[in-house]
Design a protein around this ligand. Structure first.
Ligand SMILES: [Zn+2]
Length: 284
């Protein structure tokens, strides 16, 4: 699918986006001019009385990118992906920190460490996350000026990160019952792409499965959990994963790597979703 072209009327009011072929016709006929190249937008030379169909903007915040889609009913007419600079920002802050630390240690006049008496405002986000929220909002704003957007939709999923990252924090380990809880399930569904980790089957009810079996002392930590279909779950029983997947070394390797995936990604998704949720309310 190629993206539709944004169309503005002569007073810069956004009209319904059109197909590239239509835009080409208008341009060659001299009825429109190029307004901007990215995203490609044309501006009509005359005022028109067109009925404008309302468009929905959908956001899908991910850990490394945020997907933006414009929908006309069910049909996607424009899609873009923002790549976040999270890691780059983190790296440059870290280099600044070490530079300052070095300066404090050199034999120059005494500089007091200041990081202990700094406070953070309510709603503070790490700079890399703040950046992510800002770029996303910039794009939402930009698109609202180019297309008749009547609705902004965004998936809001929150993980209980403190509990997830450190299940012992409350003094008790997660019990099987709590593991069926919505947030953990949701997190595992995201983490394992809604598939059985062992046979890759989709669209089947999935069960929470202990990679290192509970019967053999496996913990309830998230890093020891994956999702499995009933068949695989039964087949594995209380076998060790190495035993169960002895003939499938590739799958074994993948599951072990995936299980250890850090939760930072999930954290990033969460705060963007939260911050965008707030921003969304402010639009009303
Ligand atoms: Zn399976």
């Amino acid at each position: 699918m190629s993206n539709f072209i944004f169309v503005l009327d002569t007073n810069k009011k956004p009209l319904t986006p059109c197909k590239p072929s239509m835009a080409r016709k208008l341009l060659t006929a001299g009825k429109a001019a190029i307004f901007r190249r990215f995203p490609f937008t044309i501006i009509l030379k005359k005022a028109v009385t067109a009925t404008v169909k309302s468009i929905a903007l959908k956001l899908d915040p991910g850990s490394k990118t945020t997907g933006i889609a414009l929908l006309q009913g069910e049909k996607v007419i424009f899609g873009a992906e923002l790549t976040h600079r999270g890691q780059a920002i983190k790296a440059s802050l870290e280099s600044r920190r070490s530079l300052r630390r070095g300066r404090r240690n050199r034999h120059t006049r005494y500089r007091q460490a200041r990081f202990f008496n700094r406070t953070r405002k309510k709603g503070w986000l790490a700079p890399s996350l703040q950046h992510r929220v800002e770029t996303t909002l910039t794009w939402v704003d930009k698109l609202r000026r180019l297309a008749p957007i009547g609705l902004i939709v965004q998936e809001l999923v929150r993980f209980d990160l403190q509990q997830l990252e450190n299940p012992e924090i409350s003094g008790i380990e997660y019990q099987q019952g709590e593991l069926q809880g919505y947030e953990v399930r949701q997190y595992l569904l995201d983490k394992w792409n809604r598939k059985c980790a062992y046979c890759n089957t989709e669209n089947l009810p999935l069960q929470v499965e202990h990679i290192h079996p509970k019967a053999k002392g496996g913990s309830n930590r998230i890093s020891n959990l994956c999702l499995a279909c009933e068949k695989c779950n039964l087949k594995k029983g209380t076998q060790n994963i190495e035993q169960f997947l002895a003939k499938k070394p590739d799958i074994l390797k993948h599951i072990i790597a995936q299980a250890k995936r850090p939760l930072k990604d999930a954290a990033a998704v969460n705060s963007t979703r939260w911050a965008l949720g707030v921003a969304e309310l402010e639009y009303e």
